[in-house]
Design a protein around this ligand. Structure first.
Ligand SMILES: Nc1ncnc2c1ncn2[C@@H]1O[C@H](COP(=O)(O)OP(=O)(O)OP(=O)(O)O)[C@@H](O)[C@H]1O
Ligand SMILES: [Mg+2]
Length: 287
């Protein structure tokens, strides 16, 4: 083999990962069982599945906020043992500091990481430059000095994203970040996060309940199933890399949506419930 051959290390590698929560009643299926997933540098992967299938648990393990019970999880080939500056997380609820302005919220987490006595004026200057660039990227330069309570939910979540990006994480982990927003704001956020993904070249792992969101954003959609939490299948999204809202009406999009919804209904036991409802409504019509 040539010395020049380069084997690309995946950005994130999940091998045979299992998770059993301590104190779970005997007989409870594992929260995660034998999860295998390899995510490339600059990929955008979405995780979708019924409630309780372990999406948040898997994301928290990647963030280093939760320990897995078995298997291994690697970032750049290194085992993940806790939180690190190479990974940042954005949650559903906009966890901004209400007493700080937008600009201060974005800068704050970065400056916090540098011990006060080691803080130099060039650190502060670099942080300000980066925060300015991020404010422009998320389109909120005009409200840099406003407080979170003066912003809409969508604007607050943009600030939370900018704050997560401040330390230039290689991997952005997002747990239903747009779940609390209305449908129109969510569409704007979708195009914004795709733009950020192109500009910042981060790898994004994005958890959602919303199948349309999973398809529109993801280059691959990872379908999870519950009891035990597992990967049901991994679906490559057959859409051009550069997404446009009207693609949601394309045949490829609609077919994939129908397939994924059917899989989720099947694997979560919802299909049985729907059958039962159907039978009950037929019976009541007959009465
Ligand atoms: N801290 C915990 N202690 C015990 N069990 C937990 C804990 N966190 C999660 N679980 C269990 O692990 C399973 C997976 O939960 P998780 O929150 O990862 O699911 P999810 O797919 O994110 O669900 P949702 O879509 O509702 O957010 C569930 O059965 C849940 O009850
Ligand atoms: Mg969750």
């Amino acid at each position: 083999m040539s010395n020049h051959s380069v084997i690309a290390v995946p950005k994130v590698q999940i091998n045979h990962v299992g998770k059993v929560f301590a104190g779970a009643p005997a007989g409870t299926p594992p929260a995660l069982q034998d999860i295998n997933l390899s995510i490339s540098d600059n990929e955008f992967v979405t995780l979708v599945g019924a409630s309780g299938c372990g999406k948040s648990t898997l994301l928290r393990i990647l963030a280093g906020l939760e320990h897995h019970s078995s298997g291994e999880v690697l970032c750049n080939g290194q085992a993940i043992t806790g939180p690190g500056a190479d990974r940042a997380m954005v949650f559903q609820h906009y966890s901004l500091y209400p007493w700080l302005t937008v600009m201060e919220n974005i800068k704050f987490s970065r400056l916090l990481r540098i011990k006060r006595e080691n803080l130099t004026s060039s650190d502060v200057e670099a942080a300000s430059g980066r925060a300015d660039a991020l404010l422009n990227l998320i389109g909120l330069a005009k409200v840099a000095h406003a407080y979170p309570s003066q912003l809409s939910g969508g604007m607050q979540q943009r600030v939370a994203i900018a704050r997560a990006l401040m330390g230039r994480p290689q991997v952005l982990l997002m747990d239903e970040p747009f779940g609390a927003l209305d449908a129109q704001t969510r569409e704007v956020m979708h195009d914004l996060i795709l733009h950020i993904h192109r500009i910042e070249k981060t790898t994004i792992v994005f958890v959602t309940h919303d199948v349309d969101e999973a398809i529109y954003l993801g280059q691959r959609v990872v379908l999870m199933a519950p009891r035990p939490g597992r990967v049901d299948r991994i679906q490559l999204v057959p859409l051009p890399t550069r997404r446009r809202q009207d693609m949601k009406h394309s045949a490829a999009f609609r077919e994939l949506r129908a397939e994924i919804l059917a899989s989720i209904r099947e694997s979560s036991g919802m299909a049985t419930d729907l059958d039962l409802l159907e039978k009950l409504s037929q019976q009541s019509e007959a009465i």
